[in-house]
Design a protein around this ligand. Structure first.
Ligand code: KG4
Ligand code: ZN
Length: 348
């Protein structure tokens, strides 16, 4: 079965072709970072318009790279939410149009399920069940994943997401958007222990997170004045260390809580090298296994959407999925992951 996956929930246009027999055949990605950079964040209207411009050329290119034709596609999958409403609509409109023209089913995929399952695309994937740490610009969640569509929320952020904490700190440091990679790069020149920042909720006894206090602490240091580049690098180092420490401690606590030994990290922040190194160290010490998506699959992409749809179709079959354009399509800008059903239930 050949699945076309489309991702347009935020500022990346992603398209991919996943074959259930041969794996990932091709993928194309256009990042809007350069376009939004000068505004210091994503401008939703510009994002939507750019997705419209990019989607068909990227789809054509992916088909050419895979050596397939439009008619070879068995199902069209698209991120239905959560995300920016206009951006989601751009993807769903194209996906619906293609599905209608081809008379193939259209499958709306939850963006976070895409991230959550993307480590299974690796050559040595984890088996179910596992604990997943979802760390993106909008989410910081610990989940128990027992199967496709079987997600139990263990912990969540009470305010800012980890990626948001990186992005807001970057802004305070006068760095560009997106903030995570910028803070990480500057932190590379920072010194350990030069600035100390709080580790919010580290000892709260539960699996929840809170990062808004960290932002306030960063603001206080910035207001006191950063004398030179070294001072800025030291602060970036402290921001990254504080976020990583909390993410690692809570992930290990989630493993203890569930008794599981496999941890999967997903979402944009999972690209962070310090986080990866810290978890790799912990896995050696604690007899657990950590699974990361390939760096290219950490941030938003079409491959994870095509793949999640393929897993759902393999488990639940095509029955119950709308063939083509059913006259209306909808997006879900807010969509709790726990509301997702299992594939079989959906197809019933
Ligand atoms: O998953 P993603 O691409 O989009 C959302 O669904 O939000 O995640 C984007 C987030 C941004 O907040 C960005 O700053 C962060 O991931 N990020 C990083 C790194 N690369 C991206 N944060 C820390 N270190 C990185 N290397
Ligand atoms: Zn994402």
């Amino acid at each position: 079965m050949l699945v076309l996956g489309i991702e347009t929930s935020c500022d990346e246009t992603g398209v991919a072709l996943y074959c259930t027999r041969e794996g990932l055949l091709a993928q194309g990605l256009h990042s809007q970072v350069a376009m939004h950079e000068r505004y210091g964040g994503v401008v939703p209207e510009l994002a939507s318009r750019d997705h419209i411009r990019r989607l068909l050329p990227l789809t054509r290119q992916a088909l050419a790279d895979a050596g397939r034709r439009l008619g070879d596609i068995d199902a069209v999958a698209c991120t239905q939410g959560p995300g920016l409403a206009g951006a989601l609509l751009a993807g769903m409109a194209v996906a619906s149009g293609l599905a209608a023209a081809l008379d193939r089913p259209l499958i709306g995929i939850h963006h976070l399920e895409g991230h959550l399952l993307s480590p299974l695309l690796a050559s040595r994937p984890p088996g179910f069940p596992f604990v997943a740490l979802l760390v993106s610009g909008g989410h910081t969640q610990l989940m128990r994943v027992s199967g496709v569509g079987r997600y139990e929320l263990l912990g969540d952020t009470l305010d800012d997401a980890a990626g948001e904490a990186f992005d807001k700190s970057a802004k305070l440091l006068g760095l560009g958007y997106p903030g995570g990679p910028a803070v990480a790069a500057l932190a590379g020149r920072g010194r350990e222990g030069a600035v100390s920042l709080p580790r919010p909720m580290l000892h709260s006894g539960d699996l929840d997170f809170s990062f808004s206090g960290l932002k306030t602490a960063v603001l206080t240091v910035v207001r006191r004045g950063l004398a030179d580049d070294q001072a800025r690098a030291d602060l970036a180092f402290a921001v990254q260390a504080a976020i990583v420490d909390v993410l690692v401690a809570k992930s290990l606590a989630a493993l203890r809580h569930t008794g599981l030994r496999q941890l999967v990290i997903a979402g944009g922040v999972s690209a962070n090298q310090r986080l990866r190194a810290a978890l790799a160290r912990a896995s050696d010490e604690q007899r657990m296994s950590v699974f990361f998506p390939e760096p290219a699959l950490c941030t938003d992409n079409g491959a994870m959407i095509a793949f999640a749809a393929a897993l759902r179709l393999q488990a639940g079959g095509l029955a119950g999925h709308t063939a083509g354009f059913a006259g209306a399509f909808s997006v879900r800008p807010r969509w709790p992951l726990e509301e997702l059903g299992e594939p079989a239930a959906q197809a019933a």
